[in-house]
Design a protein around this ligand. Structure first.
Ligand SMILES: C[S@@+](CC[C@H](N)C(=O)[O-])C[C@H]1O[C@@H](n2cnc3c(N)ncnc32)[C@H](O)[C@@H]1O
Length: 555
């Protein structure tokens, strides 16, 4: 047992110690053999303190596949997803009848998918026999008994991932052991002191680590596929990798968080808030695609988060979810007005919003520092930080009602501190209103929002966002939203034409980012064909209408 405690040091024990521990970055040994793919290699990153990174060995054009894996070393579902999502292909089957019906009416897979739980452990589920059998052969046989133990609470995805890797390595059917050992030299296991750092940055992650360390008498230990004491460093390494280096996965159709993936090659790609590549999740294939031209020798940088969020929100999300302070070129410039285009000048707040902001400073006192660039910010800057804290509070609150959401939008836009064109809180908040049922009071803002969003999507190569908004626009074209539809038409936004704009955009651009046989590309293509077959206008006529609508918005 004592060896386990070395891994899960109590937070207070290390508070005053020097945290020389870095969660990831390490110097690459000169003779190390890197995971390679034809066009990329793993090398030391030029980003300060970022450790190793993925580099192009050849030049890539926009849209080209830079690196891919058919399946990451581990893919693990969130605890909440274990019984409604296939553990192999990660396709969710909606369980809420209304969501199911709506999704089915849009041809989305979560409206049709049925998953059945494994009869051995009843802890994971599959959407088909094919998925189940592939999963069993590759990995589930190593974890089924371990996780089925009665009274054992569901284990966090990182811990389940580590159990699977260890099981596979012990049996080693694919001669993975030597390969993984080599990779291990590149992925430091971390120092136990680092647990206090994890505790500081993400309490939940710390608790998740603890679930590996079951109290004496727990049956978990006896079912572990590998002896704790004989190979502690391997266990530590597996756990650190799956907990701290995994990529967070969410559904491409609706953004629902699904789980995590860890893979030595894909997980070597560092983050940038100004990425040159994107990680595409094609259930379960993972591909890194170039977003712009990448020259041979350039570092391949993907974004782990939404890169158009404001500086401090990006920093906060990266610290909390990925436990590092971003050193990318965009963040190194800081959160000034140039890079945070959506902020107006803090001194220009008018009286009404200054009063409101002063109240919000008191309400968000404990969170304010997260939204400030430094400790000695001016009062004016504090007001903006408080307003930002309020907007993100409403955005992240599942219980927030329409009234609250509208007030937050009014504050953002009315104060002239945010613009409609960025994918930050302001853009997402109105979407929530539409989803909540909508009203016509904000139709002016709504038309502004949808049309600008369309331009934003089409200019910024945002296929997934375009898909999300197109499904929303489709819903708004239905009879339940007649009033809003008519109101928008008065303001010059014909939603149905706009919907065609999205469809054409998706039809043209999806194959550049997704493989044509991927679930996402299949759904967008089927939707396109069905809709086009059902209209009396020719494609050329429809495209002219879309263009005319577009001309109306252009500045
Ligand atoms: C998925 S791993 C990427 C590979 C990693 N650089 C390594 O050496 O193993 C993510 C980790 O890389 C580092 N990292 C990635 N992007 C970074 C950035 N923009 N700034 C600072 N550190 C970064 C952080 O330590 C982060 O936890």
């Amino acid at each position: 047992m004592h060896t386990q405690n070395a891994l899960v040091a109590q937070p207070n024990e290390h508070r005053d110690q020097d945290h020389s521990y870095r969660l990831i970055p390490s110097k690459i040994p000169a003779n190390a053999k890197m995971p390679t793919d034809n066009g990329v290699e793993v090398k030391q990153s030029q980003m300060p303190g970022a450790g190793k990174g993925l580099f192009a060995r050849v030049t890539f054009s926009p849209g080209e596949i830079v690196a891919s894996v058919d399946r990451p070393l581990v893919t693990e579902l969130e605890i909440d997803r274990m019984l409604d999502t296939c553990a192999w292909c990660c396709q969710r089957g909606a369980t809420d009848p209304i969501e199911r019906k709506t999704a089915a009416s849009m041809g989305l897979p979560h409206g049709f998918t049925e998953v059945k739980s494994c009869t051995g452990c009843h802890r994971v589920a599959y959407c088909s026999r094919t998925c189940q059998s592939k999963a069993w052969k590759r990995e589930h046989k190593y974890e089924c008994k371990v996780i089925s133990v009665e009274d054992l609470p569901p284990l966090p995805p990182g811990v389940r991932g580590a159990i699977k890797i260890l099981g596979r390595l012990k049996a080693d059917p694919d001669n993975e052991f030597i390969h993984v050992r080599k990779i291990m030299s590149l992925w430091p296991a971390g120092d136990p002191n680092g647990m206090s750092e994890i505790y500081r940055l993400n309490k939940k992650r710390f608790d998740d680590f603890q679930s590996w360390d079951k109290p004496p008498g727990s049956t978990l230990e006896s079912h572990m596929p590998m002896d704790w004491t004989s190979d502690l460093s391997l266990e530590k390494w597996c756990l650190m990798c799956t907990m701290n280096n995994a990529i967070i996965l969410s559904s491409v159709f609706d953004g629902v968080p699904l789980g995590i993936a860890f893979d030595p090659l894909i997980s070597s790609a560092n983050h940038s808030c100004d990425p040159n590549a994107v990680l595409v999740f094609n259930q379960p294939r993972h591909e890194i695609r170039a977003l712009r031209k990448i020259k041979a020798g350039e570092e391949i940088l993907i974004s782990y988060i939404e890169p158009t969020n404001p500086f401090n929100v990006r920093q906060m999300q990266l610290e909390e979810n990925y436990l590092f302070t971003c050193q990318c070129t965009k963040c190194l410039k800081g959160g000034n007005l140039e890079t945070d285009e959506f902020l107006g000048h803090p001194e220009n707040l008018d009286d009404e919003y200054r009063k409101l902001a002063d109240k919000l400073i008191a309400r968000h006192e404990s969170k304010l520092s997260k939204f400030l660039m430094s400790d000695n910010e001016s009062e004016a800057q504090k007001r903006l930080a408080a307003m930002e804290a309020e907007a993100y509070d409403v955005l992240e609150n599942d219980q927030a009602g329409t009234g609250e959401t509208k007030e937050a939008i009014e504050m953002c836009i009315g104060s002239k501190m945010w613009s409609w064109t960025y994918h930050n809180s302001v853009v997402v908040l109105p979407r929530n209103i539409f989803i909540q049922g909508s009203s016509t009071r904000h139709s002016g803002s709504a038309s502004n929002y949808i049309s600008r969003y369309f331009l934003h999507c089409t200019r910024k190569n945002r296929v997934i966002n375009a898909w999300a908004v197109s499904t929303l626009v489709n819903v708004l074209c239905g009879t339940a939203h007649k009033e809003l539809y008519q109101e928008l038409a008065k303001g010059g936004v014909q939603l149905r034409v706009l919907y065609f704009g999205f469809l054409f955009y998706l039809h043209d651009h999806t194959p550049r980012i997704f493989r044509s046989d991927s679930p996402f590309a299949r759904v967008t293509e089927i939707t396109y064909k069905q809709i086009i077959a059902g209209v009396t206008y020719s494609e050329t006529e429809l495209k002219e209408k879309v263009q005319a609508l577009g001309r109306h918005w252009r500045p």
